[in-house]
Design a protein around this ligand. Structure first.
Ligand code: NDP
Length: 455
């Protein structure tokens, strides 16, 4: 065999797996056909967060007046922002490549396809490997309506030649609500068109309601319970038909309607690797595909599609195969953030999920954060704890409000450790912060779950 391990895909998960395996002494090759660092670094988390921050500066300039500053906000320079962002992304690209190089991995800037379970075609070269990891991630999907090709997808948003003045965003998942906040903050008229009554299906109901309210308050026009039907070109502009024949004329239609695992044209069938109906690679708890020497990690398996989770899996797999430390990553209590405006941080069960398992005590706090008592901005923070009544363990913590992702990361440690409500209560708050609310919520807001019916 040419390699002990060959990783297909140079994104977050693949790169981590390759580096750690190499550190354990394995002979490792990695192939990437598009960009090192994958979605997260190039057309995902990292550039997205920079755009969110660009929006925040505009809002801060407005808010400063309440604190005595006279700041005259000029127009936003989209080209300048994109150029600065590109420079940073190029730098990170290089770092990812160098990390692999430095770790002793052999790098292939090429597409890899399976010839059989141990043989790959890598840019025309035949390569054999004992173990192979599929870490090819996913790509954005359009809804198949007439004119769908006229819509942009998230990959495009980072390279738009001009900032849209009026945009229709279809969907209400992570990407849709994050970009609704970005474009609104940068001065566009934003319409959010989604098929659910509330955005962010699957998230805690209070978060969903709070976010809908926050989006509407900042001026995003919400079109709930609407499906896209057709897109037509109108010169450079677009006409979106949606929700039973309603029409919206915009500069840009953006489909933020989910992602699909990147498994096409890889020759998976030659290697005995199976995929599910959504095209995602099917794996067992040890990350093994139907072919025992071939593994899959991260978004290509379509379970928890988050960068840190893919990284954790890549690391665990390398340790298991070459580090004499077999281990797996838990799917429970994986914290997540949505960089909406304001952002969301969440860990553990939603109230609705927890209530299905038994009675839960629910604590909710909603308040105007201190900054906005002077800024005058109409923005609320919402914090919530979901506590299992029998064990008093905090099984879910949720927040909508400024710094929520930063704050929930720490709370997540407590939740992962199995902290009880009493543990939260005996922790002294840091004053004055929003975070202290998580340790000072004393009055139960409601009981949910089985006991709810009994009470
Ligand atoms: P999501 O799965 O989060 O959301 C997809 C959205 O598109 C939903 O609102 C869904 O509606 C809607 N949709 C799907 N199909 C159709 C259809 N046929 N017609 C109308 N609406 C449709 O996907 P995203 O694209 O937003 O993001 C992909 C994933 O990437 C996320 O789930 C997340 O795992 C990850 N991500 C994480 C981020 C973070 O950590 N901050 C940021 C961005 C992405 P419905 O709810 O009804 O199904």
């Amino acid at each position: 065999m040419d390699f002990d391990l060959f990783v297909i895909g140079g994104g977050s998960g693949g790169v981590r797996c390759a580096r750690i395996a190499s550190g354990h002494g394995a002979r490792v090759g990695v192939a990437e056909e598009r960009f090192w660092g994958g979605t997260c670094v190039n057309v995902g988390c990292v550039p997205k967060k920079l755009l969110v921050q660009a929006g925040e500066y505009g809002a801060w300039a407005d808010d400063a007046a309440g604190f005595g500053w006279t700041i005259k906000k000029g127009p936003h320079d989209w080209d300048k922002l994109i150029a600065a962002k590109d420079k940073e992304i190029n730098r990170l690209n290089g770092i990812y490549r160098r990390l692999l190089d430095g770790a002793g991995c052999k790098i292939f800037d090429a597409r890899a396809t399976f010839i059989d379970a141990h043989t790959l075609d890598v840019g025309g070269q035949r390569i054999t490997a004992e173990h192979i990891v599929i870490a090819t991630g996913g790509h954005p999907e359009r809804v198949p309506v007439p004119g769908a090709e006229l819509a942009i997808i998230s990959d495009d948003t980072f390279y738009l030649p001009v900032m849209p003045k009026k945009i229709a965003i279809v969907g209400s998942g992570f990407i849709a609500v994050e970009f609704a906040g970005i474009f609104q903050a940068l001065g566009a008229e934003v319409h959010l068109i989604y098929r659910q009554p509330l955005p962010l299906r699957g998230f805690d109901q209070d978060l969903r309601e709070g976010l809908a309210e926050a989006l509407a308050t900042q001026g995003v026009t919400l079109h709930p319970s609407c499906n896209p039907e057709k897109i037509e070109a109108n010169g450079e502009g677009r006409i979106l038909t949606y929700g039973g024949g309603q029409k919206l004329e915009v500069d840009t239609v953006f489909f933020a309607t989910g992602r699909r695992a990147a498994t096409e044209r890889m020759g998976l069938e030659n290697a005995g690797v199976t995929v599910n109906k959504a095209g995602a690679v099917v794996i067992d708890t040890k990350l093994r595909t139907a072919q025992p020497n071939i593994y899959a990690i991260g978004d290509v398996t379509d379970r928890i599609n988050l960068t840190p989770f893919a990284i954790a899996e890549g690391h665990a797999l390398a340790d298991s195969l070459f580090g004499k430390n077999p281990r797996s990553v838990s799917l429970a209590n994986v914290p997540a953030a949505v960089f909406s405006t304001p952002p969301i941080g969440t860990v553990g069960l939603t109230e609705e999920q927890a209530a299905l398992e038994g009675p839960v005590d629910v604590y909710v706090a909603k308040f105007t954060p201190m900054r906005h008592t002077l800024s005058g901005r109409a923005r609320k923070t919402m914090m919530k704890l979901v506590v299992d009544q029998a064990t008093q363990k905090v099984v879910g913590a949720h927040m909508l409000g400024e710094d929520a992702p930063e704050l929930i990361q720490g709370i997540a440690i407590a939740v992962v450790m199995g902290a009880t409500k009493a543990d939260f209560d005996r922790t002294i708050g840091i004053h004055p912060t929003a975070a202290e609310e998580f340790v000072t919520m004393r009055t139960r807001t409601r009981v949910a779950g089985v006991a709810q019916a009994a009470e």
